[in-house]
Design a protein around this ligand. Structure first.
Ligand code: 4AD
Ligand code: MG
Length: 431
């Protein structure tokens, strides 16, 4: 019977076949220990010279790291470790003997590993991180479908900028001239929710950002959510509920992955029982001053400021109502202070950094038109966006979550490049 390693606990005592790869091998004279992986898990297989044919013994000896194979044998419970199983091998069918594998099971430098990313993905930590990523994606879909949101896909080729003109990748689009790779589906999602009421998108976005940090990619996956008749405070409530849902699912479904990654799960568990903290931008600046920062009102928050503001916090911190002058054109003015906007960043604790950016959107035609002109964006590309303020305009809000930032946080990965299968960072687009 063919089984996957994740299912073996229900096959104890039975003869099964596992198809996979050789992760590691040790031998001690008449016994060879094969560490197998099949994508669903890892399993130790024991080959005893006295119990197998000469061919199988020779096969076991010939296997190199990452050779592919099918192993048949009996599943037995580990003599000492509860919940751990092993395979007593009866037969080995070699599928392919791997050439000398460049990634040994030891420390390698990051550039070497990134050059070999197509192989590095097979390593235990990388395998576990991709599984956490899958869990986060699943949790996001789940949350929105439970909350009556419709998935609406937004385009990647776009004639207009969403998040400022300086970080755009441009592409020659056939005979139409220059277009840009999307920085966020938000503007299109605003159009779509005037049809479906509440919507979300999920796809790759692009930022020609020259930031070389542990939290920046040039291509990353963004989930944008948008809701008609949702205002600023409710927008933040939803973000909190989403983050808690994601953390809860990771704790439930990725316990073994998080353990393998040596991710201390206590802070996530604790977070689930508490409310997130809320500071206005103005309060955040004051708090930073008391913590010794020299930031001035009107500056964007840097990584160090984010770390200071969340340093001893057991929960993520909302920083809301920022100065209008440093935020994109589409954010709605704070009715209590025209210099501020009804927006928020959500900064994760444990140095996760900014994981969500959101806002209530300007819904007044004249104000939006003025904001577009002020940014120098007027022209036919924004006419459709202005139309939304012309035909049944409604208060509406939304936010964008950076998938890899959240995966980095949940998995405890050091660098964001480990959280996406093939990272694109400022100096790397290969393999
Ligand atoms: O804060 P941002 O720029 O917001 C927007 O793009 C809005 N249009 C979203 C919306 O309201 N629908 O980006 C949203 C999130 C950030 O909070 C961060 O988590 C992530 O995207 N992000 C990045 N992740 C990886 N690498 C980068 N270079 C990122 N830039 C932003
Ligand atoms: Mg932001």
């Amino acid at each position: 019977m063919n089984v996957r390693i994740s299912q073996i606990s229900s096959s104890v005592g039975e003869q099964v076949t596992i198809a996979g790869w050789l992760y590691n091998k040790r031998s001690s004279g008449k016994i060879v220990f094969l560490e197998l992986r099949d994508g669903s898990g890892f399993l130790q297989a024991i080959v005893s010279k006295s119990e197998v044919s000469e061919e199988t013994w020779a096969a076991a000896e010939s296997l190199t790291q990452e050779s592919s194979l099918k192993v048949t044998g009996t599943i037995v419970a580990h003599p000492k470790k509860e919940g751990v199983f092993e395979l007593q091998v009866a037969n080995i069918e070699v599928v392919h003997i791997a050439a000398e594998y460049p990634i040994a099971l030891k420390e390698h430098g990051p550039d070497f590993l990134l050059d070999k990313r197509h192989l590095w993905l097979r390593s235990k930590r990388q395998w576990a991180i991709q599984r956490v990523r899958d869990c986060v994606i699943d949790a996001i879909y789940d949350f929105f479908h439970q909350n009556d949101y419709v998935k609406v896909d937004t385009p990647i080729f776009t004639p207009n900028a969403c998040e400022g003109a300086t970080e755009l990748f441009s592409v020659e689009y056939l005979d139409e001239g220059e277009v840009f790779l999307s920085q966020s589906g938000q503007l299109y999602l605003e159009a779509a929710i005037m049809s479906v009421g509440r919507g979300f998108d999920f796809g790759p976005v692009f930022r020609a950002e020259k930031s070389k940090t542990r939290k920046h990619l040039t291509e990353f996956w963004m989930m944008d959510a948008e809701g008609a008749f949702i205002e600023h405070e409710e927008n933040m409530e939803q973000q909190e509920a989403l983050i808690k849902h994601i953390a809860k699912k990771c704790l439930e479904n990725c316990a073994t992955d998080l353990a393998l990654l040596e991710r201390d799960v206590e802070p996530l568990k604790k977070m689930l029982e508490l409310s997130f903290e809320k500071l206005t931008y103005t309060e955040a600046i004051e708090k930073l001053h008391t913590l010794g920062s020299e930031i001035t009102f009107g500056d964007d928050l840097g990584t160090e400021d984010e770390e200071l503001l969340t340093k001893d916090s057991p929960v993520p911190v909302f920083i809301h109502k920022w100065p209008k002058a440093i935020k994109p054109f589409y954010m709605k003015q704070d009715p209590e202070n025209p210099d501020l906007v009804l927006n928020n960043d959500l900064i994760g604790m444990e140095n996760a950094g900014e994981i969500i950016g959101g806002s209530q959107r300007e819904d007044d035609y004249e104000k939006m038109n003025a904001a577009i002109i002020k940014e120098g964006l007027e022209g036919p590309e924004y006419e459709w966006y202005l139309d939304l303020r012309k035909y049944g305009s409604v208060p509406h809000s939304g936010y964008g979550l950076g998938l890899e930032r959240v995966v980095r946080w949940m998995s405890g990965a050091h660098h964001i490049r480990e959280t996406i299968p093939f990272p694109r960072i400022i100096n790397r687009v290969k393999p």
